[in-house]
Design a protein around this ligand. Structure first.
Ligand code: DCB
Length: 338
C-alpha cells in the first residue's frame, strides 16, 4: 500500500511541475478547432421562443430585443401534391440536422390549390401547429403563379388571411407571404393595390406580424419597389441560379441602396423551371453575397419529384442523408454554415 502511495505522490509532483512550466509560456495559444459536428446543429437562441415577433429595422431583420436575426430554411413544394412529405419528423430533421429555423408552406392558389380546393387550408393549419410545437418560424405563402396578378383573388386572400391571422394572432412564429410571384406584366402598382387591402386585415388581428410582399417579374424586380405605408414589411427576391446571375444581384444592390428590406423567400440551385443543372458555382456566388448582406434565405423545395431543385430522391420520403439529391446535400451544408 505504502509503495503505491509513494508512487502516487511522485506522480502528483511530476504533474504539477509540468503544469507550472507550461503555464510560464504566455505566448498566445492557437484556438482549438472543434471537430466538425455532423448532426444536431441546433443553435441556442435561433428560434421563436427566444426571438419573439421579428421586426424590420432599416434593411435588416431583428428580433424582439433588437438583435440582428436571419431566417433560413426550406420551402415545401405544392402542398396539394407533396403534402404527405411534410411530417413532423421531417420538419424536426430540418431543424436539428439542417440548422434551419423556418419552414415555408407553399399554398398554391391555382393548379389544384386553395382557390380550386379550399380543403388544402386544413393541411396549412396542421403544418402551422406542428411548426409551432417544434419552436420554428413558419411562412404562410399565398402561392400565386399561373394566376399571375394577385388582384385576381383579393377577396379570397382577405378571407383566408383573416382566418389564419386571427387563429394565430399571439404567435410570433407565423409570418405571412401575401403573394408569391406576381408575373405576366403585373406592376408594383397592382401589388400595392392588393397589399393595401390584405395587410390591414392581417394587422387588425395580429398587429406585430411580419409580412412578406412579392415583387414584379416572379419576385425579381426589387429595384422597382416603392415602400408600402406599413411597418415590418419585407419584399421578396426569388432566384434560380441557372437563370439568374450577377444582373439580378445588381437589382438587390440597387434595392438595398434604396433602403428596401429584402428576403429571399424562394431560391433554387436549378434553372427557373425548377429543373436543369444543378448550378452550384453560381449558387455559391449568391450565397456568399446574401450572407454578407445578412439576407434571409428559403430554398425550393422539399419534394421527391424528379427535378433537380428537389431535395429528396424520387420515391423516398424521409429527410435523411441517404435520400438527399445533389441539391439536398448541397443545401444542407449551406444552412449548416449560414
Ligand atoms: C417559381 C414558382 C414555383 C416554381 C419554381 C420553379 O416559378 F414559385 O412554384 O416551382 O419557381 O419554376 C415549379 C416546380 C415544378 C412545377 C411548377 C409549376 O418546381 O415542379 O411543375 O412550379 O407548378 C418561376 C420562377 C421564375 C420564373 C418562372 C417561374 N422565371 N415559373 O424567371 O421565368 O414560371 O414557374
Amino acid at each position: 500500500m505504502k509503495k503505491y502511495l509513494k508512487l502516487f505522490l511522485l506522480l502528483l509532483i511530476f504533474v504539477s511541475v509540468i503544469g507550472c512550466t507550461s503555464n510560464k509560456d504566455d505566448t498566445p495559444k492557437k484556438k482549438e478547432t472543434k471537430p466538425k459536428q455532423e448532426e444536431k446543429v441546433v443553435e441556442k437562441n435561433n428560434y421563436p421562443s427566444y426571438n419573439g415577433f421579428l421586426k424590420v429595422d432599416g434593411t435588416k431583420l431583428v428580433n424582439e430585443k433588437g438583435e440582428e436575426f436571419i431566417l433560413k430554411g426550406v420551402s415545401s413544394h405544392g402542398i396539394q401534391w407533396f403534402g404527405n412529405l411534410y411530417t413532423k419528423d421531417n420538419l424536426k430533421l430540418l431543424k436539428e440536422d439542417w440548422n434551419t429555423n423556418v419552414f415555408r408552406i407553399a399554398m398554391y392558389t391555382k393548379e389544384g390549390g386553395y382557390i380550386d380546393d379550399s380543403s388544402v387550408k386544413e393541411k396549412v393549419i396542421s403544418l402551422i401547429d406542428n411548426l409551432i410545437d417544434l419552436d420554428m418560424y413558419v411562412i404562410v405563402d399565398w402561392h400565386i403563379l399561373s394566376d399571375n396578378n394577385p388582384t385576381m383573388y383579393t377577396n379570397e386572400s382577405k378571407e383566408f388571411f383573416n382566418e389564419i391571422s386571427s387563429k394565430y394572432k399571439d404567435k410570433p412564429n407565423v409570418i405571412y407571404e401575401i403573394c408569391n410571384e406576381p408575373n405576366g406584366g403585373t406592376t408594383f402598382d397592382d401589388i400595392t393595390t392588393y397589399a393595401n387591402e390584405v395587410i390591414p386585415v392581417i394587422r387588425n388581428n395580429s398587429p406585430k406580424s411580419l409580412i412578406i410582399v412579392g415583387t414584379p417579374t416572379w419576385s425579381q424586380d426589387v429595384d422597382k419597389v416603392n415602400k408600402l405605408g406599413f411597418d415590418n414589411i419585407l419584399y421578396s427576391l426569388h432566384f434560380y441560379s441557372g437563370t439568374h446571375t450577377e444582373y439580378l444581384r445588381d437589382k438587390v444592390r440597387t434595392a438595398l441602396s434604396n433602403n428596401i428590406p429584402i428576403i429571399v423567400s424562394e431560391f433554387g440551385v436549378s434553372d427557373a423551371s425548377g429543373n436543369g443543372g444543378v448550378f452550384l458555382d453560381e449558387t455559391d456566388k449568391w450565397i456568399s453575397f446574401l450572407k454578407e448582406n445578412k439576407i434571409s434565405i428559403i430554398s425550393w423545395s422539399l419534394a421527391n419529384k424528379n427535378e433537380s431543385s428537389a431535395i429528396l430522391k424520387e420515391s423516398t420520403s424521409i429527410v435523411n442523408d441517404d435520400n438527399l439529391t445533389e441539391a439536398g446535400k448541397y443545401l444542407k451544408e449551406v444552412f449548416k454554415n449560414y
